[in-house]
Design a protein around this ligand. Structure first.
Ligand SMILES: [Fe+2]
Length: 255
């Protein structure tokens, strides 16, 4: 059964000792990667693909992507990267040229894992916190869904296409969420949409479509909070189990 590991919101910084909300993101990502590798060695989990759903870097520095490239090591051939609001599209393209998927000006992927199609979207708007896919990308997605009709599909996008119940971050969401959801709900092959951005584990179902947000690999935000707040629970990631055409997933948090 194919499995996919979703990591999100690493917020790496070029200075190895730099912190975000008093957490050294470099150390925390190192700890999370080590924990995942330990789990693979102990056969607690395995995965065919890693998808990192944006906010890879917090400082939009080229060096930060070089650090990430080194940290990924032997995972790189099975890894897909996506842009978050904090990322730099030019630097990701430069440091990960093999992942720059198409000639279009957005940074997306569409790949097959077992019987499943995984499609990563690019909701980054340069200089802004909210996200948007835009008409051309939505048309590209519609075409991908047509090409792979009948194949169970998971979509990934940094900005969640649903409100998670935290007013401050819901105001910074995906502007064309309605268009994305219309496409997804009209394509019954799309089983789930996995997002990041909100640094918390949330879920919503629309009919048979499952929508998720996944905890950050570093800093957690308070759930159901009107204003920005932190949650002092361990970082985590999501493991997607793709069996037949059934989508299941679980969040794993570090001890
Ligand atoms: Fe983030």
């Amino acid at each position: 059964m194919p499995s996919v590991l979703q990591l999100t919101d690493l917020h790496l910084l070029s200075d190895p000792a730099a912190t975000l909300k008093d957490i050294c993101t470099r150390d925390e990502v190192t700890r999370v990667f080590a924990y995942i590798r330990e789990g693979v060695a102990a056969r607690r989990w395995n995965f065919d693909q890693i998808v990192i759903t944006g906010d890879l870097a917090h400082d939009e520095q080229r060096e930060t992507y070089e650090v990430l490239r080194e940290m990924l090591g032997d995972w790189l051939p099975n890894c897909k990267l996506m842009l978050g609001n904090h990322d730099s599209r030019p630097f990701i393209r430069e440091v990960f040229p093999e992942l720059a998927s198409n000639e279009l000006d957005f940074f997306t992927f569409s790949c097959r894992v077992g019987e499943w199609q995984l499609i990563g979207l690019d909701s980054h708007i340069s200089g802004e916190v909210p996200g948007e896919l835009g008409q051309r990308q939505l048309e590209w997605l519609a075409e991908e869904l047509r090409l792979h009709v009948g194949q169970p599909t998971v979509l990934f996008v940094h900005h969640p296409p649903f409100e998670v119940g935290s007013a401050w971050v819901d105001a910074l969401g995906l502007r064309d969420a309605a268009s994305l959801l219309e496409l997804a709900t009209n394509a019954p092959q799309v089983k789930a949409i996995c997002a990041g951005h909100v640094h918390q584990d949330r879920q919503k179902n629309i009919g048979n479509l499952q929508l998720f947000t996944t905890p950050s690999a570093v800093v957690q935000f308070g759930v159901n909070s009107e204003e920005f707040s932190l949650d002092f629970i361990p970082p985590g990631f999501r493991i997607l189990h793709l069996e037949g055409d059934i989508f299941r997933s679980e969040v794993v948090r570090l001890p």
